[in-house]
Ligand binder design. Sequence first.
Ligand code: MN
Ligand code: MN
Length: 245
Amino acid sequence: PGPKPEGAIRFVCVSDTHGRALRDVQMPEGDVLLHAGDFSMTGRPEEVSAFAAWLSSQPYRRKIVIAGNHDLTFDEASYAQTYSRFGHPRQFDTSACRKMLEEAEGVEYLYDSSTSVDGVTVYGSPWQPEFGSWAFNLERGEPCRQRWQQIPSEADVVVTHGPALGHGDLCSSRKRAGCLDLLHELQTRVRPLYHVCGHIHEAYGVTTDGMTTYVNASTCNLRYRPDNKPLCFDVMPPRRGGCSS
Ligand code: MN
Ligand code: MN
C-alpha cells in the first residue's frame, strides 16, 4: 500500500510460515503484526521457540497470533492423539509451548478471544472445518456454527486459520475448502472490516463481498516455500469523546 493515512493503524498480515526461513521474508513497516496460524510444521517445542524468537525480534508495537491445524501442541484436546501420528517422540508439554509464545515480546495469543488495538477490536480463533486429522478440527454444520457464534458482533478484524467459503479458499484441486457457516456469520451478523486467514496456501490474496475485505495471507506456497509477501491494510481507530471539529 501507499503511505499510511494520518492516525490510521497499519496491520501487516502473514500466515502459514511453517517455520520456513523467516529471516528471508521482507517485513514491511506497520503497527500490528497479525499471524493467522500454522507457524510450525507440527508444533514441536523447538519450532515454537524459533517462532517466538522471530516474533520478539519484530519491531511492531503489537503482535497478534493464532494457532493453526499444524500447531499440534496448541490444541490440548487433540494432542493426546496427534503427537504419535505426527512423529513426536513423546507428548511434549503443551502449556510450556503456549507459554513460550505468550511470553515473547509484545505477543498476544488469541484463542476464541479478542483484544483491542486503540479501540479496534481484533478477534482470533484457530478452528476450521475438518481437514485430515490435525489440530483444531470441527465437523461442518452445528459445531462450526456454535464456534462462529462466539465471534463478538463488534469485531472489526476477525482472524481465523481457515477461510470463509468463496474467499481465499480455492484449492489447487479446484474445490473450495472454505466454511459456509463462517461466511454466514460474518456476512449476516459480524460484518467486520477485515477477515484474515491462511490455511489454503494456494489461495493467497485479497477478495471482497462489498462489505468485508477477505485476506488470505499464506506466506508459504503449496510447496511450503515462503514466497508470498505480507499483506497490509490500514484501519482508522474510532474517535474518542464527544467532540467534533
Ligand atoms: Mn499451512
Ligand atoms: Mn492449515
